[in-house]
Design a protein around this ligand. Structure first.
Ligand SMILES: [Zn+2]
Length: 402
């Protein structure tokens, strides 16, 4: 049927049923074409990876329910994908799984790389040996040496060591790790930007406890050739957080938060003509709506060792502890999520340095350092200051003797 030619002239002497039908169909096709436009060329591709699946249940949470991490990651991944597809049709969404299946970690990377994706979002849930640990984190690829980075990386990478071909991946091998981190370095800025946006959404719109953005060596984010973020929605070993993340409302909230963070990121880097500008509706199902935090998550109780970090320094030379330094912004918290007190954050170039405590006594500083090292900050070391000026430790010790 040729619709581009002039429509047939109206019959003059006798009705032509066939011609009238062709004209009607052409008109309908033209109307339909103008209403819906040509098939939308995707402006970008996002891969959404629901962690674990099939024979790999992920973490088992508190053990009160049959559902495990793999069920929650799939549910949140599907809801997030549906929000994006509904509201930003010129974004192509690719899922690494849509059912209870087990793509290996290399399979997931292959799916993302073959799709020439512009972004990879991997969704997981955290676990810890103590049920008090609480909060949401986002991870980007990098040299994360904190206890949290190493713990989470080993949990999420566990599946790779059951594979026949782990591609030589050994997160404990510094050469492998540094090479992978350097490869991801070109994507780090964008990965950090999305991760920050996700954490802001989790904190401000869903009222989750914000454990910040960290760098860690995940297999999936390490080998994918695109900006990538791995989110830990919360701790399934914490009864309240597990109940929240299992609930339909909790999953709607978290998916909405992921959708909004993604939309803001995508709008900045891609021309998304189809981004829907619909008026918000007063429904929890609408991801555009700003939600009132459903609950306030209390911080875990301060452990007794925090006492070592208190005190002030009025001396000429003061000692302090550099507990951590990292590219990303993250509150300095214990493994359980309690805020370390008396933290001073100093940004030097693109690195944030986290300093804790202040004392005129070098011995007290060493005690602070050792306490921090024992409690999740293995790289803690003593630094010295004269006024606001950092001075070499040797010089500080010499001055202290005079
Ligand atoms: Zn996981």
């Amino acid at each position: 049927m040729d619709c581009s030619s002039t429509p047939p002239a109206p019959p003059v002497h006798r009705a032509s049923g066939h011609k009238a039908l062709v004209g009607l169909v052409c008109a309908l096709v033209l109307v339909a074409g103008s209403a819906f436009g040509p098939p939308v060329e995707p402006a970008m591709t996002v891969v959404i990876d629901a962690g674990h699946g099939g024979k790999d249940p992920g973490n088992l949470g508190t053990g009160r329910y049959k559902t495990t991490e793999k069920d929650i990651t799939l549910s949140v991944a599907k809801k997030t994908a549906a929000y994006i597809e509904e509201r930003i049709p010129d974004v192509r969404v690719v899922m690494t799984r849509t059912g209870d299946t087990y793509p290996t970690l290399p399979d997931r990377v292959r799916i993302a790389n073959d799709a020439k994706a512009d972004l990879l979002l991997s969704i997981h849930c955290d676990s810890f040996t103590k049920s008090s640990a609480v909060g949401s984190s986002s991870f980007v690829m990098g040299l994360g040496k904190s206890e949290t980075s190493l713990r989470v990386a080993s949990q999420e990478n566990a599946a790779i060591f059951e594979e026949a071909d782990p591609q030589g991946f050994d997160p404990d091998d510094p050469d492998t790790f540094i090479a992978l981190a350097l490869k991801q370095e070109i994507y780090l800025g964008r990965s950090l930007q999305l991760a920050e946006a996700i954490q802001t959404q989790f904190r401000e719109r869903v009222g989750r406890r914000d454990r910040g953005v960290r760098q860690a060596g995940y297999y999936v984010t390490a080998y994918s050739n695109m900006p990538s973020v791995l989110v830990e929605l919360g701790f399934l070993t914490n009864p309240a957080e597990e109940d929240f993340l299992r609930s339909a409302q909790g999953q709607d909230y978290m998916s909405s938060a992921l959708f909004r963070a993604f939309r803001d990121y995508a709008k900045q880097w891609f021309s998304l003509e189809s981004a829907v500008q619909s008026a918000p509706e007063e429904t929890e199902k609408n991801p555009e709506v700003e939600l009132t935090p459903s609950e306030n998550i209390p911080a875990p109780a301060a452990p007794a060792w925090f006492e070592v970090l208190t005190g002030d320094c009025n001396a000429e030379v003061c000692f302090s502890i550099q507990a951590a330094s990292q590219r990303s912004r993250a509150p300095l918290v214990t493994a359980e999520g309690a805020d370390i007190p008396n933290v001073v954050v100093q940004q030097v170039g693109s690195v944030h340095k986290y300093r804790v405590g202040s004392t005129g006594s070098y011995a007290a500083a060493c005690q602070m350092r050792d306490t921090l090292r024992r409690n999740g900050f293995p790289d803690a070391f003593v630094v010295a200051f004269e006024g606001d000026q950092r001075i070499p430790l040797q010089e500080a010790l010499k001055k202290g003797r005079n």
